[in-house]
Design a binder for this molecule. Structure first.
Ligand SMILES: Cc1ncc(COP(=O)(O)O)c(C=O)c1O
Length: 412
């Protein structure tokens, strides 16, 4: 029985009158025409929409929810800090505690600096790279997403060609393309910035090819290029010590955000001693960068993730979940492809287009499993065995609603 979402729809109509687009940004991009748009509460691995429908959440707020909504230890740490102050005319020592925690935890971190959103950390990272090298050009992966700063928004409304004049792009997993750019601009590339693996929208996600990161690292070192890993999305879901540890290389800077504080607003840039002077020189700040409660929440989140070995737990859970979903799909005659890392699975039903997959996802959502069709999903440490059983039941029912491949109404 499909969920009714009347109150969500009514609230959306009200929103459109007073907020451009009703819901802006990525939440707006993925808004479902006939689906939940506003939540009323959340707990653990689940949220409830304003109509009272319950969902197991496999989007985890696009990543921040890593230990479960309303996590008692994280909330307690934030509330305790609020008793003493949040935004005050001086910095809080919790900022130093948090920087020490990150330096202890993340192999490539000799220091840490804090901001609010992942896009702050990536913007700060390229400024530091330019300051450190005295060079202009940024090399990124084609379609790689690093936030909404103007240099990231080629040809989008409100930008000018000058904004992206010094941004060069190469395909994922293509060392030769990187070498070609180095040959073309031998002394003008400040940095290479990339996610740890390719987690694009609308297509299967791609892991690094054998030797790829070693090759990138070698080219950066040889040519004085700052190596920046954007772990805003992958942070703490691949390896708590940094995804680079998993893939066998050492970056100069790592951008962190999303999961760092289990949903409290915080991002961080961590880096090596070699980058410390440039990091000190670059002017990068914001009124809210020094909020102490999100920092206390972040520290509690990181310590909890370490205590329970969160990345390993999510990887194991993701593997079981992905295998279960593939088997359910197969029992209905469908080929479900799961790509990316286990804790951030991108799903796609093999078909000439994404329509069939989107229809299956719609059936899942209307039955209480919150997924996105064209974006990677996320697991958290709050997802349980009970959730797994329910997820597979919903998936099974959703395939039944789709009908067998031969008689399906939508043919790709
Ligand atoms: C890889 C990556 N980098 C940067 C960002 C920007 O982070 P934020 O939206 O917190 O500014 C995102 C957000 O999705 C991301 O996935």
């Amino acid at each position: 029985m499909a969920n009714v979402t009347t109150k969500s729809d009514e609230t959306f109509e009200r929103a459109k009158a007073v907020i451009p687009g009703g819901i802006s940004g990525h939440y707006g991009s993925f808004v479902r025409k006939n689906g939940p748009k506003f939540f009323s509460k959340s707990e653990g691995s689940r949220f409830w929409d304003v109509d009272g429908n319950e969902y197991i959440d496999l989007m985890c707020a696009y990543g921040p929810m890593v230990l479960g909504y309303n996590h008692p230890v994280v909330n307690e740490a934030a509330l305790e800090q609020l008793k003493y102050g949040n935004t005050v005319s001086l910095a809080s020592p919790v900022m130093v505690d948090l920087a020490e925690t990150l330096v202890d935890m993340v192999d490539a971190a000799d220091w840490a600096m804090f901001s609010k959103n992942g896009g702050d950390a990536t913007a700060q990272s390229v400024l530091i790279a330019r300051a450190a090298t005295g060079r202009k050009k940024i090399v990124k992966i084609r379609e790689g997403y690093h936030g909404v700063a103007a240099w990231m928004q080629e040809d989008r409304p409100g930008t000018t060609p000058a904004d992206t004049e010094h941004v060069l792009e190469i395909p994922w997993n293509d060392l030769e393309a990187f070498q070609a750019l180095i040959d073309q601009y031998p002394s003008d590339i400040a940095c290479f910035i990339s996610s740890a693996y390719e987690h694009s929208l609308f297509r299967d996600n791609a892991l690094p090819a054998e030797g790829y990161w070693e090759g990138i690292e070698a080219l950066c070192r040889k040519n004085g290029i700052v190596l920046i890993i954007d772990e805003v999305r992958t942070g703490f879901r691949i390896n708590l010590r940094g995804a680079n540890v998993e893939y066998g290389f050492t970056p100069d800077l790592i951008c962190l955000g999303k999961a760092i504080a289990n949903g409290f607003p915080l991002a961080a840039l961590v880096g090596s001693d070699a980058m410390k002077d440039a990091a000190k020189e670059v002017y990068f700040t914001g009124t809210q960068f020094f909020n102490a409660a999100p920092m206390a929440a972040a520290r509690a989140t990181l310590l909890e993730l370490q205590k329970i070995d969160g990345a390993q737990l999510m990887t194991e859970y993701g593997n079981t979940l992905n295998q279960g979903l593939v088997e359910v799909a197969s029992s209905h005659g469908y080929d479900l492809i799961s790509s990316g890392v286990p804790a951030m699975p991108y799903y796609r039903i093999e078909s000439p287009s994404l329509k069939l997959h989107s229809a299956w996802v719609d059936h899942c959502v209307s039955r209480g499993l919150y997924l996105l069709a064209v974006h990677n999903n996320f697991v958290s440490t709050a997802h349980s065995e009970k959730d797994l059983i329910k997820i597979l039941e919903i998936a099974d029912d959703a395939f039944r609603a789709l009908g067998p491949p031969s008689s399906k109404a939508i043919t790709g």
